[in-house]
Design a protein around this ligand. Structure first.
Ligand SMILES: [Zn+2]
Length: 344
C-alpha cells in the first residue's frame, strides 16, 4: 500500500512537473508570437566633452539613474522572459544620439520601445519680507517743498526644492489634422523592410491606399502605446508610487515618434525631490521600477494576444473589426434593454 501510494505520488508529481513545464513553454512560445524584440532605451548619457546630459539632483545625474534602471530591466527581462530579444540603444554611460536610438529600434525591428528617464521640477520661487527701510521723499513745490520720510518693506527672494514627485508615462499623441503626416513619418521604415511587398502588398506609398494602411498602423501603435503606458502606471500605483498618469505629448519627444513600433517613455521619479532622488539611486528602488515595468509588459502581452485572437491577426483591418464587434455588442445591449422593457 505504501509502495503504491509512493508510486502514485511519484507519478502525480512527475506529471505536474511535466504539465507545468509545458505550460511555461507554451507561455513563452505564445509571448514570442506577439513580441519578439524589445528595445530598452536609457535616456541621456555622457557627452563627448565629458559632461552629463539630462537633469541633475542634489548628488546624482539623470543619465546615471537611467542606465542603472535600464540595466536592471534588461537583467530581469532575460531572467523572466528569455525568449524575447532585448536590444539596448544606450548600453554604456556614453550618450547615443537621438536619431541613432530610433535607427537602432527600427533596424532591429523592435516590437516595443521603452525609454527610461527621470523627471525634474524647477525650484519654487518664494518672496519674504526681511524688514523695512527708511526712504526720503519730497512733496510740494518751491517754498512749500517739504522733506518727508517713510518706511518701506524690504523683501528677499529665494527658492525651495520643488516637492513634485511620482511617475509619469508618456506616449506620443497625435492630433487629428496631423494624422496624415504622422502616418507617413511613423511608417516610412515600412518601406525599408526586406519583405515589404510580401507584408504590405504592391502599393504606391503616395496612394490613398497606402495612407489608409499607414493610418491603420499608426492607430494600432497609438492604442498599444496608450495601453502599455496605462499598465505601467497601474503597476507603479500598486507599489505605492504616486501615479501622475499617462500623458500625451505632441512635441518634444522625438524618439517616440521616430520609432515605428509602440513606444513609451517612463519618467521614473523626480531627481529634484530629495527622497525620490534617494529612491531612484537605491538598488531596491531601481529593482522595484524594473519589476513594475516587466509586470506591465507581461499584462500587455496577454492583452495583445487576446486582441489578435479576437481580430484574427494584426494586418487584417483590426480597427474596422474592433469597431464592428463593438457596434454589434452595443446593438445587442440595446436589444436586451428593449426585451427587459417589454418583459416589465
Ligand atoms: Zn530625460
Amino acid at each position: 500500500m505504501i509502495r503504491r501510494t509512493v508510486i502514485f505520488f511519484l507519478l502525480a508529481s512527475t506529471s505536474i512537473v511535466i504539465f507545468s513545464f509545458n505550460k511555461k513553454e507554451d507561455e513563452s512560445a505564445a509571448r514570442q508570437k506577439v513580441i519578439k524584440t524589445i528595445i530598452v532605451d536609457a535616456g541621456h548619457g555622457i557627452m563627448a566633452n565629458g559632461g552629463h546630459n539630462g537633469a541633475k539632483g542634489a548628488y546624482s545625474y539623470e543619465d546615471e539613474i537611467c542606465l542603472a534602471v535600464s540595466k536592471e530591466l534588461v537583467k530581469k527581462f532575460s531572467n523572466e522572459m528569455p525568449e524575447i530579444r532585448i536590444v539596448e540603444s544606450r548600453p554604456t554611460e556614453k550618450i547615443t544620439a537621438l536619431h541613432r536610438r530610433a535607427e537602432i529600434a527600427n533596424e532591429n525591428k523592435g516590437d516595443l520601445f521603452i525609454c527610461i528617464h527621470v523627471n525634474a521640477a524647477v525650484p519654487i520661487k518664494k518672496t519674504e519680507q526681511i524688514g523695512t527701510k527708511k526712504v526720503t521723499y519730497y512733496v510740494g513745490k518751491g517754498k512749500n517743498r517739504k522733506k518727508k520720510t517713510k518706511e518701506v518693506p524690504q523683501y528677499r527672494t529665494y527658492t525651495i526644492p520643488n516637492p513634485a514627485k511620482g511617475t509619469e508615462t508618456y506616449i506620443w499623441g497625435s492630433h487629428k489634422n496631423e494624422d496624415k503626416e504622422v502616418a507617413m513619418r511613423e511608417n516610412a521604415p515600412m518601406l525599408q523592410e526586406d519583405n515589404f511587398k510580401v507584408n504590405y502588398g504592391d502599393i504606391d506609398p503616395n496612394s490613398p491606399e497606402f495612407f489608409a494602411l499607414s493610418l491603420l498602423k499608426t492607430k494600432q501603435y497609438f492604442k498599444r502605446s496608450a495601453t502599455l503606458a496605462g499598465f505601467v502606471q497601474d503597476e507603479f500605483a500598486k507599489v505605492g508610487r504616486i501615479d501622475r498618469d499617462v500623458r500625451q505629448r505632441g512635441v518634444g519627444i522625438w524618439v517616440l515618434q521616430a520609432t515605428a513600433m509602440p513606444s513609451i517613455l517612463v519618467e521614473t521619479g523626480y531627481i529634484t525631490n530629495r527622497s525620490e532622488e534617494d529612491y531612484l539611486n537605491s538598488k531596491e528602488g531601481q529593482k522595484e521600477i524594473a519589476d513594475c515595468i516587466i509586470k506591465a509588459v507581461k499584462t500587455y502581452i496577454t492583452w495583445l494576444e487576446k486582441q489578435q485572437k479576437e481580430n484574427g491577426g494584426e494586418n487584417n483591418g483590426a480597427t474596422t473589426r474592433i469597431s464592428t464587434s463593438e457596434m454589434a455588442a452595443f446593438l445587442r445591449r440595446i436589444e436586451e434593454d428593449e426585451q427587459k422593457k417589454i418583459a416589465r
